[in-house]
Design a protein around this ligand. Structure first.
Ligand SMILES: Cc1cc2nc3c(=O)[nH]c(=O)nc-3n(C[C@H](O)[C@H](O)[C@H](O)COP(=O)(O)OP(=O)(O)OC[C@H]3O[C@@H](n4cnc5c(N)ncnc54)[C@H](O)[C@@H]3O)c2cc1C
Length: 390
């Protein structure tokens, strides 16, 4: 059997997990190559903690040069085009051939799609923006703090609610919360809508208990940084003193320009195997478009990127070994929702259930908070070498 070349595009949650499992499961004659434009792997679930000064970048960023599996070839390059006809990927440093291709390029954050957003808001989906938002939260004494979801879809449906709950807790600890209004503005009908109305209502209840105003079905059309107002469709305006924003998302250009893309740029894939319509090409994580039985899309979240990475890695390993690739992604997932005061809520369920996802929310407790802390440690220690960092 001649050696195969497996290319994994993107060294985020899905790509790192997939490349690691492939390397562990395949004989050395097969090459596993991981391509990313940056060598920084960011553990994004820790970003709200970064905002509050509970993490520094060094706690949550690892270098793709320090992967625990040293035999993964890391290529630092920007993926420019994916040519599934010729089984080639064009990058900024050259063209790479593949026998199997795993696309895990995530999303492009596109703040420019909402006029005024970059000038008027802190992008809390990037580390710099989250840290800068935190610096303002340390100073603000009165006024209005708003968390804005710019548009749908966006990754981690829980994150804006987590930000709002943590901001509330932080401002209470500072003793300034009675003088500050806190609001979340979102185009969603309910929080984490895909998880069903009961779960959404539970999250709304959590917000109400904390006096966080929930403005739903609100489509932002622009941010007027000078006047410090969000302009909504229908002409309504939301004033703010401090604005934390989830920016608009777009499919990665290399994907949306390829034959893998559906009409909206994301790649439609088989819900169980993550196989695209091109032979031996799989798309996992945020870049994939998985339609659920009720017509909604599977949320973009690290927990799914990770689970899908395992399925795809196992199936490629089996295919290379000549064994039927029979691993399946079942649509189960969970997420922690940090609520402040060392407590977190926890949502868990089956997103492939019919006719609708069956997801349950567990009330905030220290147990789930510890769960998230442990998961962070587990992730970084499982995939990255600590020795090299010392
Ligand atoms: C604030 C915040 C909190 C979150 N909290 C949670 C949580 O608690 N639980 C959860 O499940 N999810 C959470 N998420 C979502 C989670 O981080 C993503 O869903 C997950 O990272 C998706 O994994 P992925 O592999 O698809 O993409 P990513 O992890 O985003 O990785 C994509 C990689 O591709 C690279 N890339 C992109 N384009 C190119 C290119 N052209 N060339 C080369 N490389 C490229 C990028 O540099 C990146 O390394 C959170 C996200 C944020 C922002």
């Amino acid at each position: 059997m001649s050696g195969k070349r497996i290319l994994v595009l993107g060294g985020g949650i899905g790509g790192v997990a997939c490349a690691t499992l492939l390397r562990q499961g395949l004989a050395p004659e097969h090459r596993v190559t991981l391509v990313d434009r940056s060598d920084a792997h960011i553990f994004a679930p820790a970003m709200p903690w970064l905002m509050l000064g509970l993490r520094r970048p060094a706690h949550m960023v690892r270098s793709l040069e320090d992967l625990k599996e040293p035999a993964i070839e890391f290529v630092r390059a920007c993926v420019e085009a994916v040519d599934t006809e010729r089984r080639k990927v064009v990058t900024s440093t050259g063209t790479l051939d593949y026998d199997y291709l795993v696309v895990a390029l995530g999303v492009e954050l596109a703040p420019e799609k909402l006029p005024g957003l970059s000038e008027g808001a802190f992008n809390v989906y990037e580390m710099d923006g989250a840290a800068a938002m935190g610096a303002e939260l340390r100073e603000i004494d009165s006024g209005r703090v708003v968390v804005l979801v710019s548009s749908l879809p966006f990754k981690c449906p829980a994150a804006p609610y987590e930000y709002a709950l943590l901001i509330d807790d932080y401002l209470r600890k500072r003793g300034v919360r009675p003088r500050i209004e806190l609001e979340i503005v979102t185009p969603e009908k309910l929080p984490m809508a895909v998880a069903g109305p009961a779960l959404g209502a539970e999250v709304v209840r959590l917000l109400r208990e904390r006096d966080i105003r929930f403005t739903n079905e609100a489509a932002a059309e622009a941010v007027d940084a000078g006047a410090a107002r969000i302009r909504l469709g229908g002409g309504e305006e939301v004033p703010y003193d401090l604005l934390a924003a989830v920016p608009p998302h777009a499919a990665p250009r290399a994907l949306s320009n390829s034959a893998l893309a559906g009409p909206d740029g994301w790649a439609p894939v088989d819900a169980a195997t993550l196989a695209s319509e091109s032979a031996d090409v799989f798309v996992i994580g945020d870049a994939a478009a998985v339609r659920l039985k009720n017509g909604m899309m599977l949320p973009k979240a690290g927990v799914f990127a990770h689970a899908q990475a395992k399925v795809v890695a196992w199936n490629i390993i089996k295919a290379v070994k000549g064994v039927p690739p029979d691993s399946r992604f079942t649509g189960t997932g969970y997420c922690f929702l940090e609520a402040g005061g060392s407590r977190a809520a926890f949502a868990k369920g089956d997103f492939y259930a019919e006719p609708d996802p069956q997801v349950r929310l567990y009330r905030p407790s220290i147990v789930w908070h510890l769960g998230k802390l442990l998961f962070e440690k587990w992730w970084l220690l499982t995939f990255f070498s600590e020795k090299k960092r010392k």
